[in-house]
Design a protein around this ligand. Structure first.
Ligand SMILES: [Zn+2]
Length: 381
């Protein structure tokens, strides 16, 4: 996977910028869309997306946690209002930041995005942005754009309209919007958030948080080695634009509601985040989450684990501090003991390592690595 490939806000590829004049133009939610004629280009696009959706329904990556699914659908419904019956939301298990919405009403929200949200208003900002693309039928515009361009490109002509749709989707073009379309979707997202009663100031915070995470990379300027930002470097401008659009925030943030919904799946999402192998970013992310939930044992364990695995200067000491803080809450994940044992083992403190492993076995007697730990204990006697 190429550097930064993970950071795709459906259309984050396309920074939405400038031109706040559009914000003053009145915009009204269009009436529900009828199913397009199958023989039309739009019908072809829908048919292709219907097939994609059937595949997604069966995919092992689809998160099947029912309360979370209902929560996301309900949120999309409140934002989409009259279009609610046409929108279907799928949470997808992938530790990257991405959301997208297809013209047939299929919306995808990836787990790496869910993990990065601080409250319901931030999630609403993203869902509303995707709904904005849907309501403005931006993918159809893109398709027609591509067709117009293809008329001059001999390579495309033999493919015909359906081949062209397939190519567009294959290239990710179905979700890649123009800067104008991004700006349009951002403007609509703020309006939909406001109507649904959310604090619109949270939209810009999503972007600010992501930028902070990207800047964590010691390699320097994140825009330089980012596939997505390489062509649209001024992502901070999007944050600024959203900030001006949503500066009047008066609604709710829904922090506790969001946290309660994510709780049952968060451990697994954090585990996948660490496995992603971008430990600099993970440490920044976990530090931010901990600033909202100080002393949260699960977050302490994972930040300690990110540091233990990264093992940069000072990391072992800091990991140790996080593990101890997690254990002091009396509610630390069992895995904390295992990591503590690893630290002891690395420091050649065999007795202390054995004690920590025993604590782990006691706390997680059914863990998949129990056999391995028993073997260690036997061998190290
Ligand atoms: Zn977009």
């Amino acid at each position: 996977m190429k550097r930064r490939r993970w950071l795709q806000w459906g259309c984050a590829h396309c920074a939405a910028l400038g031109g706040l004049a559009a914000a003053q133009t009145a915009w009204e939610v269009p009436p529900r869309f009828a199913h397009p004629d199958v023989a039309s280009d739009e019908g072809g696009l829908w048919a292709l997306m219907d097939r994609e959706e059937a595949r997604l329904r069966r995919s092992p990556f689809r998160m099947r946690d029912e309360p979370l699914g209902h929560y996301l659908s309900d949120l999309a419904c409140r934002l989409g209002a009259s279009h609610c019956p046409d929108i279907r939301v799928y949470a997808v298990r992938t530790p990257f930041f991405n959301a997208s919405m297809a013209p047939n009403g299929m919306m995808q929200v990836w787990s790496g995005l869910l993990l990065r949200m601080e409250n319901e208003a931030q999630l609403a900002a993203i869902l509303a942005h995707e709904i904005g693309h849907y309501l403005q039928r931006h993918s159809l515009e893109r398709l027609r754009d591509a067709k117009a361009r293809a008329a001059f490109a001999t390579v495309m002509i033999p493919l015909g309209v359906y081949g062209l749709i397939g190519q567009l989707v294959a290239l990710g073009g179905a979700y890649a919007f123009s800067r104008d379309q991004e700006r349009d979707a951002d403007r609509i997202s703020i309006q939909l958030m406001r109507t649904a009663g959310y604090d619109t100031r949270e939209a810009a915070k999503v972007w600010a948080n992501l930028l902070a995470e990207l800047k964590a990379n010691p390699a320097g300027d994140p825009t330089q080695d980012s596939v997505l930002f390489a062509t649209h470097p001024p992502s901070d401008e999007r944050r600024v634009a959203l900030q001006s659009l949503g500066s009047d925030g008066a609604g709710r943030t829904g922090e506790n509601d969001f946290r309660a919904q994510l709780k049952p799946v968060r451990f697994d999402l954090l585990e996948e985040e660490i496995k992603r192998g971008r430990l600099d970013e993970s440490v920044v992310l976990l530090t931010r989450l901990l600033s909202n939930e100080p002393e949260q044992p699960e977050l302490l364990y994972f930040r300690g684990e990110a540091r233990r695995r990264r093992a940069a200067a000072g990391d072992v000491d800091l990991a140790w501090i996080d593990f101890q803080a997690a254990l002091r809450t009396g509610n630390a994940p069992a895995q904390t003991y295992r990591s503590v044992a690893e630290l002891y083992r690395a420091a050649n403190q065999g007795d202390a390592a054995r004690a920590a492993w025993k604590n782990y076995l006691e706390a997680a007697p059914d863990a998949p690595d129990v056999g391995l730990i028993r073997q260690y204990l036997e061998e190290s006697k």
